[in-house]
Design a protein around this ligand. Structure first.
Ligand code: DHE
Length: 571
């Protein structure tokens, strides 16, 4: 299956669908021996600089800055340069060489590598093929001082409102990622009006809410963290800090007594996390995540993937992608920081809580596993084998008619939604105990699923297929009735419903998100930077179209974060 690019202009486009299997990954880390490897193709300083920028923006997300491989394949020169004698590597896939690399980058592969022939010129394809046969550039480190120097308070705490100054129903506000614009749109969930468009980091990624729901934390792929105060008459950015050169995750302190006190953000490069004051983003601590993988090998680039705040202890779960180590970082005394290291499986990515919020379930995506951490005991509760490349987003929790409480994950690389039974302390669920941590059902879907979602008040499960190579499937979502998961109750072509003018561009239907009261589902129609995009709102009960929100400023909408649901981890 050739997986298409996510967005024609997205800055960092390679997604988890590019993953190779754990077995192949294993092979890719074995140094090639015995072959005589050719010299790296020469490049001028200008060519190198250009290629370095393209690599960082478009390739590093999956392959890693040091090219050790994670979701994408290892791209170190011993794999990419031609073997002079033509002998094969242990994977059988011979070191690649210029012409083969150009083809792979241009057209993609069946293994999941996306095609770049329509965004990179022929010259750029050739340049990138040369570049990855050369030794990787090691980007600079980013110190506590650098973080401190980047810190800006735009509106000091003393000048901020002491009560909500606007009349919006903040609970039902949505913070919407406008990915390629480097902005978020704050959209009123009641009126569907855009209340504010706020400049944030480059290729902005996710939003998270403070425990009180007053502050929105937005992280850009360039490591820029923006703090938005929803109490201002016109909500806007009140503080900013750059936590590294490349980042994906952020959360805040949610334990009783620490509400809104701290924020934490995780960097891909340098591999580290930063703890800050919650209301000003003043940096307090930078902690490196370099260290040993669960297999006992040193890794120089273990990137910080998802971060989530526990509500039962003053702790954050910090998932380290390449090492497969899950850290429980205790923020009760940040001067004397303690953390627990839990070994799980490599290539940790995204995840969410079970319904009781005692367990955090995270995808080890290129290992085809889900790891569950018990937040109460601070131990690994389970490591569950699942189908290829799980990608839960935050997952979906509901009570299965036959198996009791389950948590659902979709898959990029398989045509199922997996349901895993989760423990419950409620007496009425005791009868399901024997199913706990087992895959109890694989619901038939299509590959290329990025996000699944339901709501405690809903009777439906929604799943997108945004990464499917079929245009129609990429533009559609499937909905199941929770009482009968044998087949979708409806497959909705969101693009057709939107009434947007059809062009060659795919408008991917991505990331279902509920309104605060659980009655509506919002879905982004994600086109390229110059295509008209929209958010399409459905009535969750009748599964009928309610509203199409579109605006020239709505450029590449992707993730949508309802304030109340994000604040309380409702999914
Ligand atoms: Fe994401 C969550 C990493 C590409 C939309 N994404 C996450 C998380 C990580 C991650 C680690 C979990 C954050 C957390 O919970 O703290 N994403 C990555 C990548 O490394 C990757 C694969 C490639 C890259 O180079 O960035 C990538 N992600 C994308 C996209 O292209 C998506 C589809 C569109 C976009 O806006 O960038 C995308 N990722 C999202 C969304 C979430 C997310 C919407 C949050 C889901 C939620 O419901 O909370």
């Amino acid at each position: 299956m050739k997986i298409p690019r996510l967005s024609s202009v997205a800055a960092v486009v390679l997604l988890t669908g590019l993953a190779i299997t754990a077995a192949a990954q294993e092979k890719s880390s074995i140094a090639q021996t015995g072959n005589t490897i050719s010299e790296s193709p020469p490049m001028t300083a200008v060519e190198k600089e250009t290629a370095k920028k393209i690599y960082f923006e478009r390739c590093a997300g999956c392959h890693g800055v040091l090219r050790k491989g994670a979701t994408g394949k290892n791209l170190e020169p011993h794999w990419t340069k031609t073997a002079k004698d033509g002998t094969k590597t242990e994977g059988g896939t011979l070191s690649l060489g210029q012409s083969r690399l150009e083809k792979i980058i241009g057209y993609g592969t069946d293994g999941g590598m996306v095609n770049f022939d329509d965004i990179l010129t022929k010259e750029e394809l050739s340049l990138m093929a040369k570049y990855i046969q050369n030794t990787p550039d090691v980007p600079p480190e980013y110190s506590f001082k650098d973080t401190m120097d980047s810190w800006k308070v735009i509106v000091p705490v003393k000048d901020r409102p002491t009560k909500q100054m606007n009349k919006y129903n903040l609970k039902n506000m949505f913070s919407v990622t406008l990915r390629d614009a480097g902005e978020v749109a704050l959209i009123d969930g009641d009126t569907k009006e855009i209340r504010s468009i706020v400049k944030t980091g480059y290729a902005v990624h996710i939003s998270r809410m403070s425990k009180s729901g007053r502050y929105v934390y937005v992280i850009g792929r360039d490591g820029r963290l923006s703090l938005i105060d929803l109490w201002m008459e016109k909500p806007g950015v009140v503080a900013e800090v750059k936590i590294g050169f490349d980042a994906r995750s952020v959360d805040t302190s949610k334990f009783k007594g620490f509400e809104d006190k701290y924020a934490i953000a995780g960097a891909y490069w340098p591999p580290q996390y930063v703890i800050m004051d919650g209301d000003t983003l003043k940096p307090r601590k930078v902690v490196s995540t370099r260290g040993m993988t669960v297999d006992g090998e040193y890794h120089p680039e273990p990137r910080v993937a998802s971060i989530v705040a526990s509500e039962i202890k003053p702790e954050w779960v910090v998932n380290i992608k390449e090492t497969g180590q899950i850290l429980l970082v205790d923020y009760s005394d940040i001067e004397n920081l303690k953390s627990t290291t839990i070994a799980s499986a490599k290539f940790l990515h995204d995840g969410g809580f079970d319904a009781s919020k005692r367990y955090f379930l995270v995808a080890a995506n290129a290992s085809n596993k889900i790891a569950a951490v018990d937040m109460k005991t601070g131990k690994l509760a389970a490591l569950v084998d699942v189908a290829k490349i799980p990608h839960p987003g935050r997952g979906a929790n509901f009570v299965h008619p036959q198996f009791g409480p389950v948590w659902a994950t979709g898959h990029l690389g398989a045509d199922v939604v997996t349901l895993i039974s989760t423990p419950s302390e409620e007496a009425k669920f005791a009868k399901y105990k024997s199913f706990n941590w087992k895959v109890v059902q694989e619901v038939k879907h299509v590959p290329g699923n990025l996000f699944v979602k339901t709501h405690p008040k809903s009777t439906h499960l929604w799943a997108d297929s945004a990464q499917n190579s079929d245009k129609e499937l990429a533009e559609s979502v499937a909905v199941w009735n929770l009482s009968d998961l044998s087949k979708p109750v409806k497959t909705i072509n969101v693009f057709k419903d939107s009434g947007l003018v059809a062009t060659k561009a795919t408008r991917r239907a991505v990331h279902p998100e509920y309104s605060a009261d659980g009655t509506e589902v919002w879905i982004s129609l994600w086109g390229g930077k110059t295509d008209q995009s929209a958010i399409v709102v459905y009535d969750d009960k009748t599964l009928t179209l309610k509203k199409v929100i579109t605006d020239p400023k709505m450029i590449t909408p992707t993730g949508k974060f309802n304030v109340f649901n994000t604040q309380h981890d409702i999914y």
